[in-house]
Design a protein around this ligand. Structure first.
Ligand code: GLC
Length: 572
């Protein structure tokens, strides 16, 4: 049970409130991540956020337009979390909790309207949202429902108290999972979830048909490793937000989770607990040199394992799965925290690595040759700050920054609280590079010249500072915001949201921006890209009500604390 709310006093000035927000990390324990949340449908007119008004404005203008009490039951009354809540709550000491309604940002209504237009129906039921509604461009496959793209839409609907579309999506994709998947003469693993699906309406026969793509039509023919993980993560978000366990408890859902996990927990030739992947198997879905052990997949893998742990029933086959999950979680979190983590100290260690070390006592376990460290990283890495690098495999460390992998690492508590804080320090220290004018860079830095030719295969879409090659993707705003709330730094999210609000709607909600600072609408970017729209809405709603974080954030698992040291890991 949560502790009762601390009495509110009028002494709290906006300045002191801001200081509290800025200086106090949220105690991760202060949000009850495991309790179902209560979300009620909201009226668009009531949307507001922390950063749009000062406390004085709110006090002086009175509390004339009451708003229904916010659901605070999921939030404990820790000093700093309270400070994250709307200043209007803090200012109304001794009065019932009331809200002062004021004009929401005009983008919000526009965003909801466009999001609703992107909804896809199957036999009259909403089952997802299409990737983009751009009337000026050839749709290619942007008229499909992508699993990863639907996640921010789903979160927006859940936060707005509209879970039906999410439930339908989860059930329909589960049906698609059970289809036999063939590429030429080869059959894919049973558990693979589609990258996307399309609904075909036949008005003459009055029938709807669903066609899924498991990678067999995608550019490069790569199966999406992330889809199954997002599916499990979304099932947990749905369960958490609605309190409805009956969906996850269904034998079909339990089986669906087991099938996804069977693909990743199978014994094989691996010497690492990380997941070996082909290039282009996730959000970066074409050749970009992320083959091997890309950070995005490792973070999503860990998040999916932890989510499944809370959903799989400890009976029958489930029991054995839970044991395998526990073992893998332990090994995976140790490996990631040890070998993927880079800060000034660690870079210095790698710089001084000895090579050709043989036997179990090797410090440079993957035989990384210090000469392979790129020059840019020495200037880029500040003394305070760190991040999980893009990839680690034998004699290969990809030092690039990947935003999704790092933010998901924070949300999954793959990052320790010190590491999470260091990632945020880095973001602040390298704002122009990582956030730029239009948030946020999917990766950093760009590949150019010979390296670009060799690594991307001369991909004209992934030229330097464009698309997946260090382009800026507004969708990542929701992950940044969630990570900011989790680490107690909402001011960072606020700053990024303000930047987004200067242009995103005016530019027609593009898919991505180009340039070192992300100043130009992307060369081939779609307009009215659904996840750019939904990402903005989720960011705004989370900032307004930080308790939404419980849907997508996981508390630190004390059992995952690394108990081993680098050199001792073999014997232990
Ligand atoms: C692009 C993105 C991919 C996304 C798809 C649909 O291919 O790289 O991540 O799912 O567009 O928006």
């Amino acid at each position: 049970m949560n502790s009762p709310q601390r009495p509110l006093t009028l002494e709290t000035s906006w300045e002191s409130l801001r200081r509290t927000i800025d200086s106090n990390p949220v105690d991760n324990g202060s949000i009850d991540f495991e309790r179902p949340m209560e979300v009620r449908p909201r009226q668009i007119e009531n949307h507001h956020s922390l950063d749009e008004r000062s406390l004085n404005d709110i006090i002086s203008s009175g509390l004339s337009s009451p708003r229904p009490p916010r659901q605070l039951e999921t939030v404990k009354s820790s000093e700093c979390l309270e400070a994250l809540l709307s200043p209007s709550i803090r200012s109304s000491a001794g009065t019932p909790r009331e809200y002062h309604a004021f004009e929401p940002h005009p983008m919000i209504a526009d965003a909801w309207e466009t999001l609703r237009k992107s909804m896809v129906f199957f036999r009259s039921k909403p089952v997802g949202t299409i990737a983009a509604l751009d009337p000026t461009e050839d749709s290619l496959n942007y008229n499909q429902v992508f699993v990863r793209d639907f996640v921010p839409s789903a979160l927006a609907f859940l936060m707005n108290g509209e879970p039906e579309i999410v439930k339908n999506f989860l059930l329909k994709t589960l049906r698609l999972q059970s289809i036999e998947k063939r590429i030429d003469c080869f059959t894919l693993g049973e558990g693979v979830m589609p990258a996307s699906f399309k609904v075909l309406h036949d008005p003459a026969r009055k029938t709807d048909t669903m066609i899924a793509d498991f990678g067999e039509s995608a550019i490069g023919r790569v199966a999406p490793v992330d889809s199954g993980f997002w599916w499990i993560i979304l099932l947990r978000a749905y369960t958490k937000s609605t309190g409805d366990h009956s969906l996850a408890d269904m034998p079909d859902c339990q089986r669906g989770m087991r099938l996804i996990l069977t693909l990743c927990l199978a014994d094989g030739f691996d010497t690492f607990p990380t997941l070996l992947c082909a290039d282009g198997c996730c959000m970066v879905d074409r050749r970009m040199g992320i083959y091997g052990y890309p950070i995005e997949i490792q973070s999503l893998f860990l998040m999916a394992l932890r989510s499944a742990k809370s959903l799989i029933k400890a009976e029958g086959e489930g029991k054995e799965f839970l044991e395998r999950i526990d073992k893998r979680l332990h090994a995976l979190s140790f490996h990631m925290r040890e070998y993927f983590w880079l800060d000034h100290q660690q870079l210095n260690n790698i710089y001084r690595f000895k090579t050709e070390e043989y036997s179990h006592t090797a410090v440079n376990k993957f035989n990384v040759i210090p000469d392979s460290i790129p020059d840019w990283i020495f200037d880029f890495l500040p003394l305070k700050g760190g991040f999980f690098i893009g990839n680690v495999s034998p004699a290969r460390m990809d030092f690039r920054w990947f935003a999704i992998g790092n933010f998901m690492a924070i949300l999954a508590s793959l990052a320790t609280s010190e590491q999470a804080a260091a990632i945020m320090d880095l973001l602040e220290a390298r704002w122009p590079e990582l956030v730029g004018d239009m948030p946020l860079k999917v990766s950093y830095p760009a590949m150019e010249g010979h390296e670009w030719r060799v690594v991307t295969g001369c991909d004209p879409k992934n030229t330097r500072w464009s698309y997946h090659n260090a382009g800026s993707w507004p969708v990542i705003l929701w992950m940044l915001t969630a990570a900011c709330i989790k680490t107690g730094r909402p001011q960072i999210a606020r700053r990024a949201i303000e930047q987004v609000e200067t242009r995103l709607a005016k530019d027609g909600w593009p898919e991505y921006y180009d340039g070192k600072l992300g100043r130009y609408v992307g060369k081939q970017a779609r307009k009215f890209q659904t996840w750019s729209i939904a990402g903005y809405l989720v960011a705004k709603m989370m900032l307004e009500d930080p308790s939404h974080l419980g849907m997508i954030g996981l508390e630190e698992d004390k059992k995952m604390k690394p108990s081993l040291t680098r050199s001792a890991s073999w014997t232990a």
